[in-house]
Design a protein around this ligand. Structure first.
Ligand code: HBI
Length: 361
């Protein structure tokens, strides 16, 4: 594929490196690095203060967007004064002729609304399922006019939208060289994620308490009061908070675990943690809900369990040792490497450019 000049837009909810951007930071870093590895040239627009492993960032000033998942379904669009998102797109309009294709990673209204006004192909990689009516309609409007330009991480995520069948499923990818395979684990289990109600940590605590294996917990703790209620609710359970670690430390600790529990209460768009665990050889036990249910191969790389069933988690934990940890690593290498993800992204861009990606019909 001849080399492309690419302009990527980061999420406007946080400085890259703060963790506020959640999975988008990982996705942005991995896609950007892989496109550069393949000889394309790239610029990333991100809020001032963003850093990303030395990748080329143009820092844009302005005020952050509020997070979409805090909105209810009929919430109107909110734009702060001096919006960093608006500033990103004003800058992009000035430089658009230097680029062959633009990739938006923000889950916000403005990028979709502006797409018809740009005489440049714009790809949108959305990071969550359906959250608000106004976002659903602006995404659908974009799809109607520019078919093939909406990417998602999983079919489960796509199916939260009425137009899900018209989205392009790209899954995700990791730099697997950052993850060490561990064959002989210690006798404890892992739970990794933002410690918040929609992530279902309590189910994991109840299940591991029943089976008598200690649970180690890693992730951001945005709400200490919520953590306190959990500690008070399960005074006799063996669990410990191990902090919010950078990838190299997290993977070293995660690899030591017999298994990872994923107990989401919402439709997780993908579940990067699942492929991080597989990369370390760690089997995953997950509710059959959202992205993880498309990652785990039943009985080969982990177990999928009836959503919200503690008993189901306990039964799966009993069968954890049937899983060959080498199969977990092999599966990560086959489907979730930078190479595999890069192939999917390049094919998407190629198809968009072949379509000329202008007004259809
Ligand atoms: N909210 N408004 C808004 N915009 C985003 O780009 C955004 C968000 N909430 C969460 C988020 N991005 C990402 O952290 C997750 O999709 C991973």
């Amino acid at each position: 594929m001849n080399s492309l000049k690419l302009l990527f837009f980061s999420t406007p909810v946080g400085v890259i490196g703060s963790g506020l951007g959640g999975g988008v930071e990982l996705t942005l870093r991995n896609i950007s690095q892989e496109m550069i590895n393949r000889g394309h040239s790239l610029q990333i627009l991100a809020p001032i203060g963003s850093t990303l492993n030395g990748l080329p960032i143009t820092q844009i000033s302005g005020n952050l967007q509020i997070v979409a998942q805090s909105q209810n379904r009929d919430a109107p669009i909110i734009m702060p004064e001096n919006s960093v998102l608006a500033n990103m797109w004003e800058y992009a309009y000035q430089v658009r002729n230097h680029y062959d294709l633009l990739l938006n990673l923000a889950y916000d209204w403005l990028p979709f609304y502006l797409t018809p006004f740009f005489d440049r192909p714009i790809a949108h990689f959305i990071s969550m399922g359906s959250l608000t009516a106004v976002m659903d309609s602006v995404i659908e409007r974009t799809l109607d006019r520019f078919p093939g330009t909406i990417g998602v991480h999983s079919y489960a995520q796509a199916n939260t939208f009425s137009f899900g069948d018209r989205c392009r499923c790209l899954s995700n990818g990791l730099d697997l060289s950052l993850y060490q395979f561990c064959l002989e684990p210690q006798n404890y289990l892992a739970w990794v994620g933002r410690i918040a109600p929609e992530k279902g940590l309590e189910d994991a605590i109840m299940a591991t308490q029943q089976i008598g294996i200690p649970l180690k917990i890693w992730g951001a703790m945005p709400d200490h009061a919520y953590w306190q209620t959990i500690c008070q609710k399960y005074p006799n359970a063996a669990f410990s908070y191990e902090g919010f670690l950078p990838t190299d430390q997290l993977q070293a600790a995660l690899g030591q675990c017999r298994g990872l529990l994923m107990t989401p209460k919402w439709v997780e768009a993908f579940g990067n943690v699942a492929i991080e665990a597989l990369a370390c050889g760690v089997p995953v036990i997950a509710y059959r809900r959202g992205g993880p249910s498309e990652i785990i191969q039943q009985g080969k790389t982990g177990w999928l369990v009836e959503p919200d069933s503690i008993e189901g988690l306990v039964e799966a934990l009993d069968r954890l040792d049937y899983i060959d940890r080498r199969t977990c690593r092999q599966h990560a290498e086959a489907k979730y490497s930078m190479q595999a993800m890069g192939d999917r992204i390049e094919a998407w861009f190629r198809d968009m450019l072949a379509l000329g990606n202008r007004e259809q019909g």
